[in-house]
Write a protein that binds this ligand. Structure first.
Ligand SMILES: Cc1cc2nc3c(=O)[nH]c(=O)nc-3n(C[C@H](O)[C@H](O)[C@H](O)COP(=O)(O)OP(=O)(O)OC[C@H]3O[C@@H](n4cnc5c(N)ncnc54)[C@H](O)[C@@H]3O)c2cc1C
Length: 240
């Protein structure tokens, strides 16, 4: 078996090394101390094409896969960026980008993927105060009313929600007591932010302060049916 990296993969590693050397531990100490988002680091990732690695070329991405994304992340992390080397790519390019690549319909791909490749920030709203490891316990609910879903609930520890322009929101569409099994009845939605029905409050943390982690309160958020990502009630299998 040949484990040699291709020329393209080697280029990803070399580019990631160069970026990491420009944004080393001193940079991250400073950003953490000032509680500042790393604008110039993010710009470098976008310019290098890292935000679009898993996005097909048709939508402005690199048309590669998770192996190439992991090469970029691993190199950024180990060559000087630490956790930040994977954090922001994970939120936007994977939670946002990869989810839409894998489960989005054509309209969703056309709307979001070129923007994500170009640096649009995303967040994932899954965790709740009483639903961390036990994801199936989530209470945020989406109820179909005519052509729209009405969503209510509270999310906890949502990274990047303060800046994100897109949110992958995990909801319950069939109450757990009515579901044939507990893994049935979760659905994913794409939400454009900011939205007056979505209140975002950063939580005080003792680390990773270059990225805010937030409480998110959702009150009567109206989402058109078209914002459903993937199949209704099958969201558990899509986020796994
Ligand atoms: C900095 C930060 C950023 C985050 N960003 C996001 C984000 O962007 N989006 C998002 O949706 N969530 C986010 N989270 C939430 C994260 O995914 C949850 O913290 C995680 O799922 C754990 O949930 P919990 O904190 O409620 O812990 P709990 O589920 O309450 O677990 C507490 C402890 O109990 C243990 N435990 C739990 N159940 C069992 C069991 N059955 N048997 C044995 N041990 C058990 C766990 O291993 C853990 O050690 C973030 C969290 C942090 C700290």
């Amino acid at each position: 078996m040949n484990f040699e990296l291709t020329a393209e993969q080697k280029m990803i590693v070399e580019t990631a090394k160069e970026i990491a050397h420009d944004f080393g531990p001193e940079y991250w100490r400073e950003k953490d101390k000032k509680h500042e988002f790393p604008e110039d680091f993010w710009k470098s990732l976008v310019e290098a094409g890292f935000t679009g690695i898993v996005i097909p070329e048709k939508y402005g991405g690199g048309g590669m896969g998770m192996f190439e994304m992991l090469l970029a992340m691993e190199t950024l992390v180990s060559e000087g960026c630490g956790l930040a080397g994977e954090w922001f790519l994970c939120l936007s390019a994977i939670f946002g980008g990869l989810s839409i690549v894998k489960h989005g319909n054509e309209a969703q791909k056309e709307k979001y993927l070129p923007q994500i490749a170009g640096g649009m920030e995303f967040c994932l709203a899954l965790t709740e105060a009483d639903a961390g490891t036990n994801t199936l316990n989530i209470k945020t609910n989406a109820v179909l009313e005519g052509d729209e879903y009405r969503v209510n609930g509270q999310k906890m520890f949502i990274s990047g929600a303060d800046r994100a322009r897109g949110m992958l929101l995990v909801t319950r569409t069939t109450p757990i007591e009515k579901a044939p099994k507990r893994t049935f009845g979760l659905s994913l939605f794409l939400v454009d932010l900011p939205n007056p029905a979505v209140e975002v409050i950063p939580i005080e943390k003792h680390g990773i302060n270059y990225s805010k982690t937030c409480e998110v309160y959702i009150s009567d958020l109206r989402l058109p049916k078209e914002n459903l990502l993937g199949e209704l009630d099958k969201g558990w299998y899509l986020v796994l």
